[in-house]
Design a protein around this ligand. Structure first.
Ligand SMILES: [Zn+2]
Length: 52
């Protein structure tokens, strides 16, 4: 299956902010458009993926 829709929960490991985003899973990677947290953290996240 390609282009599966997923819901992604992202938690910033630096400031604790949480985000819930919709994304697409394409060829093994998830595209949510998420770039960075409000605290400018761009790579230290805990990511949890859920089927929609
Ligand atoms: Zn943050």
């Amino acid at each position: 299956m390609e282009n599966m829709r997923v819901k992604v929960r992202i938690r910033c490991n630096q400031c604790g902010e949480k985000f819930v985003l919709r994304g697409k899973r394409e060829k093994g990677r998830i595209d949510t458009g998420f770039k960075q947290c409000l605290c400018n953290n761009t790579e230290d996240f805990e990511i949890e993926e859920q089927m929609v």
